[in-house]
Design a protein around this ligand. Structure first.
Ligand SMILES: NC(=O)c1ccc[n+]([C@@H]2O[C@H](COP(=O)([O-])OP(=O)(O)OC[C@H]3O[C@@H](n4cnc5c(N)ncnc54)[C@H](OP(=O)(O)O)[C@@H]3O)[C@@H](O)[C@H]2O)c1
Length: 409
């Protein structure tokens, strides 16, 4: 029965990120995605189907008796994407991973607990997996088998996150930069200048908002982007051209633009000081650097630059990778629990009708088979017979349940 669990997946481990979307269900909105998945389920006669699409994995989790041989996998992906070329379909087994039974469940647990992720230890995948499941369940695509597997995957992932240190140390440059900022003397009310409003600083702004920094001014070459970022922080937005006339002073600068020449040099820094002195913080996340070395030479600056953060990110990633072996040990134990849970569930389903059937036998005995004899009894005796039968009924219901439990242990 467990063999009916199947996974077909294409991930960052085998396929270039840009190519992954070729294996996804293409739909303009959720409504058409629901229709396409329902059609896929019917086409291949899957009793249950769940679909997960992230930027680095596409996963089809389904239940079927069919074997996942080359012919089936090629047929499946050709149905998903008819534009796949013959040579791509011939190579399908190099790109897609086809898993059955416990191997499929093992993979599900790996995905949920992030050990199959591009960034090991990122918890986002568990949320994405749960959202995908809830959506497919609400669309009526999944059933009891996938529910059981997903429940176990979620419990297992939570155990991995809590019993190992897999997600402990930040590995993104921006989160490390913010961590370093929080370790400086700057308070949440300190005056911060955010220079640049590209993708990196948009993320910086989200982290600053999350950490409740309340006094941020955003400078950017195009003002509309500066305004968008400033909105995240309830801060001010100014064009980059006004930076050298800014006279409000500052406590810290976070700079990250695509400029290939330094933007912040000693002359500009002097102007930005607006007559203030004392140690300030400068965080430069750009490559090449946006801060000229003469700033650190001429002023008292606590300088945090991207190279140092990159080294830390690598060390933290190596730390997380070392935790993977602990996570695997835990997941092996947790996977071994699944066949027992699965069997218990099958027994539970098979036994669901037992109480109703026993009740029906009792009622048939009292009202039909022994009706005449029961009618001839006096009230006290009839009550006693009913109590005895109710007692028997309760005990009889318990017997097969107990036996089934023992059988599946
Ligand atoms: N820290 C990290 O993890 C990380 C990751 C990726 C990249 N980076 C580095 O961060 C920098 C920006 O990356 P990004 O992904 O945020 O870039 P992005 O999304 O392309 O945004 C570029 C930003 O730089 C501004 N800009 C570009 N050329 C400029 C110039 N000559 N003078 C002034 N402003 C200029 C743009 O202003 P407009 O809006 O006016 O165009 C925009 O705000 C790059 O040096 C990149 O190597 C860092």
């Amino acid at each position: 029965m467990l063999d009916r669990y199947k996974i077909l997946t294409v991930t960052h481990k085998r396929v270039n990120l840009k190519e992954i979307s070729q294996y996804a269900v293409h739909a303009s909105d959720n409504c058409s995605l629901e229709v396409r998945l329902e059609e896929l389920k019917q086409q291949f006669h899957f009793p249950e189907l769940m679909y997960l699409a992230t930027c680095n994995r596409i996963m089809y989790f389904f239940v079927t008796d069919r074997e996942l041989d080359n012919a089936f996998v090629a047929e499946f992906f050709q149905h998903i994407n008819p534009t796949l070329e013959d040579d791509q379909l011939e190579l399908i087994m190099d790109h897609a991973l086809a898993l059955s039974g416990l191997d499929a469940l093992n993979h599900l647990l790996d995905v949920a607990s992030s050990i199959d992720s591009l960034v090991i230890g990122e918890r986002q995948i568990l949320g994405q997996l749960r959202d995908a499941y809830h959506q497919c369940r609400d669309w009526g695509l999944t059933g009891d088998n996938i529910r059981l597997a997903m429940d176990h995957a979620v419990v297992s992932a939570k155990k991995v996150y809590s019993k190992t240190r897999i997600g402990e140390k930040p590995v993104s440059i921006v989160s490390l930069a913010i961590q370093r900022l929080l370790h400086t003397n700057l308070s949440k009310e300190s005056r911060l200048l955010l220079i640049g409003a590209g993708q990196t600083n948009q993320l910086v702004a989200k982290f600053l908002a999350k950490n409740e920094f309340t006094n941020v001014t955003v400078f950017n070459r195009s003002i509309n982007k500066a305004e968008n970022v400033a909105r995240t922080l309830s801060g001010n937005a100014l064009p980059l051209s006004e930076l050298d006339s800014y006279q409000e002073g500052f406590d810290g600068i976070i700079i990250c633009t695509g400029s290939t020449k330094p933007i912040l040099d000693a002359e500009l820094y002097q102007k930005l000081l607006a007559g203030e002195s004392g140690r300030k913080v400068v965080i430069d996340l750009a490559i090449p650097h946006n801060t000229h070395p003469n700033v650190m030479r001429d002023f008292d600056v606590q300088y945090i630059e991207i190279e140092g953060l990159r080294v830390m990110a690598k060390e933290n990633m190596a730390f997380r990778e070392r935790e993977v072996s602990r996570a695997r040990e835990l997941l092996t134990e947790l996977l071994a629990e699944f066949p027992v849970l699965f069997k218990q569930r099958q027994v539970e389903l098979a036994m669901r009708s037992v109480p109703t059937e026993i009740k029906a036998i009792k009622s048939h005995a009292m009202n039909e088979v022994f009706r005449k004899e029961v009618d001839s009894l006096d009230d006290g005796t009839r009550e006693l017979v009913e109590r005895m039968l109710s007692y028997m009924e309760k005990k009889c219901i318990g017997i097969p349940m107990k036996a089934a439990r023992q059988l599946s242990e």
